[in-house]
Design a protein around this ligand. Sequence first.
Ligand SMILES: [Zn+2]
Length: 269
Amino acid sequence: MKAIISHDIDHITVWEHLFRDTIIPKYLARMHIELFSNKISLREYTLRWSDFFKNKWQNIDELITFNNICGIHSSFFIAVNKGVGLNYSNTSALLWIEQMQRRNCEIGIHGIEYENAEELRKEFDLFCKLSKIKDPGIRMHYVRNTEKTYQLLAQTGYKYDSTEHAFKNPYKIGEMWEFPFQIMDGWIIENYKSWQSINLDKAKEATIRLIDKADKGNLKYLGIDFHDRYFSHAFKTWLDWYMWLVDYLKTNKIAVVNFNEAIKEMEGG
Ligand SMILES: [Zn+2]
């Protein structure tokens, strides 16, 4: 089994949310619940205020640097449309697309539209224009989908999608590769709540159970989704969990590839 690690970019700044959605009050409520339930330290709490006033809610550069040191090819999904608490501008997205391209990252779309073929096409065309990538991949924001979504993505021309959460091997829908994924940071650490509800040890145990399940199911690729936002000392459990996971994969000889590398392997190229 190999692993594919990818990162969804949900936020870039704090200000992008001002008067547009409920992310800021939710952030403030969450850090207080986590502090008073002893899930985060006073240091983390202080650092969250510091990120807030620095207007910095992404850790893309830091994450690429860490991945590079560990020999992991970074793969990101970035949005060119707004919705469900994702509110950064295309100008901000373009700056990061250029920065990620300079650092040789694989980049796909973090999709907002998941039902309407015309709107899906608009996101696809805009992303291709901004990134100059002709055959991008996609993961839906909040993994939103209906029974029609995957077919629509394939028809739009996506090379790969990684929205489905399932213990299944990659498979083809038309010309598109679907890469089901198995591990999402939030599902582990929040454990069905809207805030951190378990500690690092419990998160590690839950993760090992999922890796073992993937291994027993003979999966060729273990899909892992980690948000760059949490690669920060302000989210110490998340940061420690990701660094532990990368080390765990290495110790267990699970090599990490990106989507395009996996496609090449599967197509025998
Ligand atoms: Zn998202």
